[in-house]
Design a protein around this ligand. Structure first.
Ligand code: ZN
Length: 482
């Protein structure tokens, strides 16, 4: 596959349909804005990584796809008689890494690094992430969710959702003004004779309308690109900004969440634009995205976490004792036992009924790179178990706050665990599952099962006949939950 052609299609088709952004050279339009755009383009290229799904788009030897290796690549050349071309060539039919095939061509250390990459259980094509942060904390999801053309049907609803968005009031009122087209854009100032011209101060090519400022100016497009939101191409001269967020086939909750993100991104674009106008600070899509991610985290902290922890008002005061589910219902507890060194961890799930009796469970060995990975493996296993049992609306508990947060929010997951998080979100929707963070004391049973399995001392009939060391923990949960 010709990589350059692929990139060119990817960017040009989606983000720059009418320009030859990728082929453009300095000579053709050497304005300052254009040069900074080219710089931005190179930044984009530098930060692009693959997140493995089916492996069919990824060049095993030359692409950046292994989170724990330097430069995210295999640092050796392909041998002449290699049987491996694509990453898909080392994924076997059952969807697992083909350890022996890799072992024949690459050193064990590299095999280990690859084994730490979780493979998805729900089919998705390989996925590009924009890994622009050297600490590796954030990645940006570039997947293209197909959006139907806008049709304005949701217009009234869109105004309603604006008041439901989970964002600080300053952002809500800013976004309301943007949608009303009463922000102090150059166009609006010019109309009121408060500016000498109406040109965009950044690209100096077009009139700075609200739409141009937020969606059409090339640097702003890059911000949306990096935030996994695809603005509609051409909105036409006087289309309202709100039209842009009109999307069919989305639930009100989805539209609300999306609108909240859009408002936050726009807010950060507005801040950067004003910084440029008033302080002469160069615009930099990467900085704007970083500050958006910061805003988003703050919002999630303010709005999401209380909801996660206080799902059931009856136990909001106490997350350190296990609570039995309501009569006729079930609850899954998840935990992972992770060794200080080495690759193999245990992901454990214990499913109990409303009487606190174990009805199902599992403890399986998984490869992980981080403890977060281990916790997410356990949560995914719980989701799969519930789906296969046909159980819906079950509570899934974990003592990893980060894992629960990633499962319930729309936070962009870290690159190395993205496959797990996306699977969990998929199953959660399918089974209407609820996730809850609890303290370790409330998650003791799952913890004990994981550590028994880790020490190879979990009997295979532990579900029907719990081992001695588990009995007091189970009893304690039952007594405390009465
Ligand atoms: Zn512009």
């Amino acid at each position: 596959m010709n990589k350059d052609a692929y990139w060119a299609r990817f960017f040009k088709g989606i983000y720059f349909p009418k320009s030859s952004f990728l082929q453009a050279s300095r000579g053709s339009r050497a304005s300052w804005a254009w040069l900074s755009l080219l710089h931005g383009r190179n930044l984009l290229f530098k930060g692009l990584r693959w997140q493995v799904q089916d492996g069919k788009n990824i060049d095993f030897w030359n692409d950046a796809w292994i989170p724990s290796l330097p430069n995210f690549k295999i640092s050796m050349a392909k041998s002449v008689n290699s049987e491996i071309n694509l990453v898909a060539d080392v994924i076997d039919r059952s969807g697992q890494w083909d350890i022996s095939k890799m072992g024949r061509e690459i050193p064990q250390k590299v095999v280990d690094a690859i084994l730490k990459i979780p493979l998805p259980h729900v089919k998705r094509p390989d996925h590009l992430v924009w890994h622009f942060n050297s600490s590796g904390i954030y990645t940006v999801n570039l997947s293209q969710r197909e959006k139907p053309e806008s049709s304005f049907k949701l217009k009234k609803e869109a105004w309603k959702v604006m008041w439901k968005m989970k964002v600080p009031n300053k952002i809500r009122s800013f976004w309301w003004r943007a949608c009303k087209n009463i922000l102090a854009t150059k166009e609006n100032l010019f109309k009121r004779r408060c500016a000498v011209d109406n040109l965009c101060p950044i690209c100096e090519k077009e009139v700075e309308t609200t739409e141009h400022l937020f969606f059409l100016c090339p640097w702003a497009k890059m911000v949306w690109f990096g935030c996994n939101i695809k603005p509609l191409g051409d909105l036409g001269g006087n289309a309202s900004v709100i039209k842009w967020v009109v999307m069919e086939n989305l639930t009100v909750k989805e539209v609300t969440n999306l609108m909240g993100r859009v408002a936050q991104i726009a807010w950060n674009i507005w801040k950067s634009r004003n910084d440029f106008v008033f302080n002469k600070t160069k615009v930099n899509p990467q900085h704007t995205i970083t500050s958006f991610l910061h805003t988003e985290r703050e919002c999630l902290k303010a709005f999401e976490s209380p909801r996660v922890q206080m799902d059931n008002p009856a136990n909001q005061e106490d997350l350190s004792t296990w609570r039995a589910p309501d009569k006729g219902r079930f609850k899954a507890n998840c935990d992972a036992a992770i060794p200080a060194s080495g690759l193999r961890s245990i992901a454990a799930v214990v499913l109990r009924n409303w009487k606190g009796k174990i009805v199902d469970g599992l403890a399986k060995s998984v490869y992980v790179g981080t403890s977060l990975g281990g916790e997410l493996h356990a949560i995914r296993a719980a989701c799969e178990m519930l789906i296969s049992l046909g159980l819906k609306e079950v509570e899934v508990e974990s003592d990893s706050q980060q894992a629960i947060h990633l499962s319930v929010s729309e936070l962009v997951p870290p690159w190395d665990v993205r496959a797990l998080v996306m699977d969990i979100r998929h199953f959660a929707k399918e089974g209407n599952l609820l996730f809850k963070w609890v303290r370790r004391a409330a998650n003791k049973v799952a913890h004990e099962v994981a550590s028994l399995a880790f020490r190879n001392s979990l009997p295979c009939n532990w579900i029907v006949n719990p081992p001695i060391s588990l009995v007091p923990v189970l009893k304690k949960d039952v007594i405390e939950s009465l």
